[in-house]
Design a protein around this ligand. Structure first.
Ligand code: HEC
Ligand code: HEC
Length: 221
């Protein structure tokens, strides 16, 4: 008969094993979070423990902030109820407005003009697989005019971020609407960091404590 490690498994060993695993799990649960899923459910669990973490997190947000304030992102996160256009953030022409659900008003629904992909050509409507729209009027998620401090605080405030947990925020930057910024169609600039670098800094910001940088740091716009 062939022998292998499995020949040594006896019912008694299995019980011992199971007990050891149960003990380890109980210990882990008492000491902290069973797994990362639990930790990333609430912003209350996300804190910088050391001064180094705090610095890493704040610095990462300053990189993230540059992207959030770039035209590709800010144009859909305006302070008013009209989306913005172009690298100079001018008001969207054609009388386009946010509307209660962010999808436009009356005959001027965003998706009348914005398709599932960029329409080829200069000054043509951009588009992506995800429905093109602004955040709704009861949760505007404004980036325009915010300091880095204010924007960081807003992003982790579930009353202002659409109820998003740290987990949801980590996932959000993988959506096609965000990725569109790096494939914006003819004649449009891309954000100042490459996409992979943006995601890295975004994760760093949250993982090392979601620290809001000191106020006063504001990009001109
Ligand atoms: C009548 C057609 C039309 C409607 C309706 C419309 N758009 Fe547009 N949109 C355009 C066109 C055309 C452009 C491209 C303008 C350009 O590049 O000069 C554009 C560009 C944009 C841009 C600029 C992208 C960038 O980064 O420069 C945003 C943001 C935008 N639209 C949002 C919206 C939203 C949100 C809605 C609905 C609330 C909407 N649009 C409804 C035609 C429309
Ligand atoms: C076509 C419009 C559009 C563009 C372009 C856009 N967003 Fe958004 N963004 C939205 C909408 C709509 C929501 C709300 C979505 C939700 O709650 O699920 C949102 C929500 C967000 C949130 C959560 C915001 C908060 O205050 O809690 C972040 C972060 C975000 N977007 C980042 C970006 C970044 C980064 C870019 C540029 C690379 C970008 N967005 C470009 C429409 C847009």
């Amino acid at each position: 008969m062939k022998t292998g490690w499995y020949n040594h498994i006896r019912p008694g060993n299995i019980t011992l094993c199971a007990t050891a695993i149960t003990l380890a799990l109980t210990l882990a649960a008492t000491l902290g979070f069973k797994n990362d899923d639990d930790k990333y459910k609430s912003w209350d669990n996300i804190k910088a423990v050391t001064a180094r973490d705090s610095l890493l997190s704040a610095n990462a947000f300053m990189q993230v902030y540059k992207v959030l304030m770039s035209p590709r992102c800010m144009n859909c996160h305006p302070s008013g109820d009209i989306p913005l256009n172009g690298d100079d953030n001018h008001l969207h022409p054609q009388g386009v407005k946010r509307g209660p659900d962010g999808k436009g008003v009356y005959a001027l629904k965003c998706t009348n003009c914005h398709q599932k992909q960029n329409t080829p050509g200069l000054n043509m409507p951009p588009g992506t697989t995800e429905e093109w729209h602004l955040p709704p009027s009861n949760m505007k998620m404004v980036f325009q005019g915010k300091t880095a401090h204010e924007l960081a605080e807003q992003l982790k405030d579930t009353k202002q971020n659409g109820g998003k947990s740290p987990h949801d925020m980590l996932e959000h930057v993988k959506t096609d609407l965000v990725k569109w910024g790096w494939n914006p169609g003819e004649g449009r600039s891309t954000p100042p960091l490459p996409y992979a670098e943006f995601v890295k800094q975004w994760n760093q910001w949250i993982n090392s404590g979601a620290v809001a940088p000191a106020s006063g740091e504001k990009l001109a716009r």
